[in-house]
Design a protein around this ligand. Structure first.
Ligand SMILES: [Ca+2]
Length: 335
């Protein structure tokens, strides 16, 4: 039915609600974007690098975007309890020429799965210094970095479990900041971009592996959150082009160990790409946003309540998945 056919002011306002909340969401996000003058987002990247290989692809995309001065990488955090996850991330960062990026480790007990590649990448690319490098507590690292940054400036991109972010929210004042975690996040974070959930409803890995932390974050996070759901990345197939590159590439080697360098879904890469290139752009032709609020049950199942409050939104892809796959594959194979 055409809502404009029988026009009345209340009906008109009702029909405009999605547009109103979308506008409110963009205002809250702060567009930070005037065509051609978009400042590079300053990012903390939080990953469960271990059980799937798209995290490695996302690391490659993030470094490629940093090489193009499109993003600043402030820090990384690991939500996986795999003891090889942190050194694997150090090895990857070193290979991309950014060995000084601080990497934080999740507090125990953390969600742990066996990995097909993390230990091998450390053995083949990390060296002893990577293995022996002391690891910083992820919450301490978040607090240290956030306290040092301008207000409302930090983008957090999470492509794993929400363990560290829940611990950050619950953290106490310390030598870095006299603010508790919730207040520190509210003051320093611009937006959280989260690979998690399936929309409008579903049950997705990142959210149900640590559902207690998920609920704490989605119900208590004080800044805008944009969800890049399972349905976005599942049709974006990338990775096979790594075969064309050298064998001394740990990204290629990770895919080799994981799936013999076949294409794989790109849930984490597309989340990074959105956070760096599209987030906050009201004219973004690639994604539409559905404002509302995620609802998460105790078993990690999620659903969506459209409309107010306009602090959260999930993404809808506006273009064919193949177009994004091409962009992501180029970034993943840039070295
Ligand atoms: Ca992941």
């Amino acid at each position: 039915m055409n809502p404009c056919r029988s026009f009345s002011i209340p009906a008109f306002l009702k029909s405009c609600r999605p547009m109103f909340w979308l506008a409110a969401f963009l205002l809250l996000c702060g567009s930070g974007c005037v065509s051609g003058t978009r400042p590079a987002p300053q990012v903390i990247f939080d990953t469960d690098i271990s059980s799937d290989v798209d995290d490695v692809g996302a690391v490659a995309v993030l470094h490629a975007l940093a090489d193009r001065n499109e993003v600043g990488i402030l820090a990384m955090a690991v939500s996986s309890g795999d003891p090889w996850s942190v050194p694997c991330l150090h090895a990857l960062n070193a290979w991309f020429g950014r060995e000084d990026i601080p990497v934080g480790k999740a507090r125990e007990p953390a969600v742990t799965h066996e990995s097909l590649y993390t230990m091998k990448i450390v053995e083949e690319f990390g060296g002893q210094s990577t293995v022996e490098r002391p690891s910083e507590d992820a919450v301490d690292l978040y607090r240290r970095i956030l306290a040092s940054q301008p207000d409302g400036s930090v983008t957090i991109v999470t492509v794993g479990y929400l363990t560290n972010l829940a611990d950050l929210l619950h953290s106490s004042a310390d030598s870095y900041s006299n603010m508790e975690g919730h207040a520190l996040v509210r003051q320093k974070v611009k937006r959280l971009v989260c690979m998690g959930g399936e929309f409008p409803s579903g049950r997705e890995w990142n959210l149900y592996q640590d559902a207690v932390s998920t609920k704490a974050v989605v119900d208590g996070w004080p800044t805008p959150i944009v969800f890049c759901g399972f349905e976005i990345g599942k049709d974006i197939m990338t990775g096979a082009d790594l075969r064309k590159g050298g064998k001394d590439n740990p990204v290629r080697r990770s895919y080799e160990l994981y799936n013999a360098v076949q294409n794989r879904q790109s849930w984490d890469q597309v989340t990074v790409l959105y956070a760096v290139r599209m987030a906050g752009d009201p004219d973004d032709p690639t994604f539409a946003m559905q404002p509302g609020k995620i609802m998460v049950s105790d078993d990690g199942t999620n659903s969506w309540q459209a409309g107010e409050p306009a602090l959260q939104a999930y993404l809808k892809l506006r273009i064919p998945a193949g177009e994004l796959a091409s962009d992501i594959e180029q970034l993943m194979t840039a070295r």
